[in-house]
Design a protein around this ligand. Structure first.
Ligand SMILES: *C/C=C(C)/C=C/C=C(C)/C=C/C1=C(C)CCCC1(C)C
Length: 255
């Protein structure tokens, strides 16, 4: 009896032990599982709804669907990796972010492009997000002594993006646009960038040696990241969608 349950534990993923952990009480496994389904469903939604919005908005919805689609694939692998090893799937996580964060910058750019956004602004945002992610990855893998320093460097990249949205090019374009729907989208975008994105550095601070390591167990890092991904990838996609629907209705009523 003991022996057979032991062999169960050491079996690879896909076995009933893994499923049992998803359903019964491993909160991290559950959030990987729900995250995967939610990202997948969101992509289907954004891709289908592309057909019902004004042509101007089709690319934005396509990008939203790509962001959640790329995340869905990564969540599939992250869930399996976590179930098989019990470790945080750091490398998969950063590959996911390296693809999806620049695409989120593309979303900000697409929102302001009708009002004159330049490619150079997009380029600056993407460079800042790469810096943020490269320093963050080094910090997560560099161990107990240096992760605060790398976290601070990463935060500089993050703050630059916040600056662009609040006071830099993106903010200026939005202010001069006189579009109420862009104004609303910008308001929500600022909330996502400041509150939604700030969940990531808070999660990072549970790493050993960092500021919250006494308060949270290190494994809770994936709870923070999974929650933040759901809010920022799906939530922000839905904001773009609602602006697209409102603008489409307006365009129809003028026509
Ligand atoms: C869809 C994924 C998104 C929007 C990921 C965003 C990630 C961040 C804003 C990460 C930020 C970090 C810091 C500001 C400092 C510590 C290291 C990071 C990479 C967790």
């Amino acid at each position: 009896m003991v022996l057979s349950s032991l062999t169960f534990v050491s079996m690879p993923t896909g076995d009933s032990t893994a499923f049992d952990r998803i359903i019964n009480g491993d909160p991290i496994a559950i959030t990987f599982f729900i995250g995967y389904m939610a990202m997948f469903a969101s992509s289907v939604f954004f891709f289908f709804e592309r057909g019902s919005v004004d042509p101007k908005w089709k690319i934005s919805l396509l990008v939203s669907g790509l962001i959640t689609g790329i995340a869905a694939v990564h969540y599939y692998y992250m869930r399996d990796f976590y179930l098989a090893t019990g470790n945080s799937p750091t490398a998969f996580r950063y590959v996911d972010w390296t693809l999806t964060v620049p695409l989120m910058c593309v979303e900000f750019y697409l929102l302001t492009k009708p009002f004159g956004a330049k490619g150079g602004t997009l380029f600056k945002l993407i460079v800042a997000s790469f810096a943020m992610l490269i320093f963050g990855f080094i910090g997560e893998t560099s161990g107990i002594d240096n992760n605060i320093m790398w976290g601070v460097l990463s935060t500089l990249g993050y703050l630059y993006i916040v600056y662009e949205v609040f006071a830099g090019d993106i903010a200026k374009l939005a202010r001069n646009s006189n579009s109420s729907s862009l104004g609303r989208a910008m308001f929500l975008l600022k909330i996502f960038i400041t509150l939604g994105w700030s969940i990531y550095p808070i999660g990072y601070m549970v790493l050993p040696g960092n500021l919250l390591s006494g308060t949270f167990n290190v494994s809770s890092i994936d709870l923070f990241y999974n929650l933040a991904d759901a809010i920022n990838k799906i939530g922000f996609g839905l904001v773009i969608y609602s602006v697209a629907v409102a603008e489409t209705a307006k365009a129809k009523s003028i026509a």
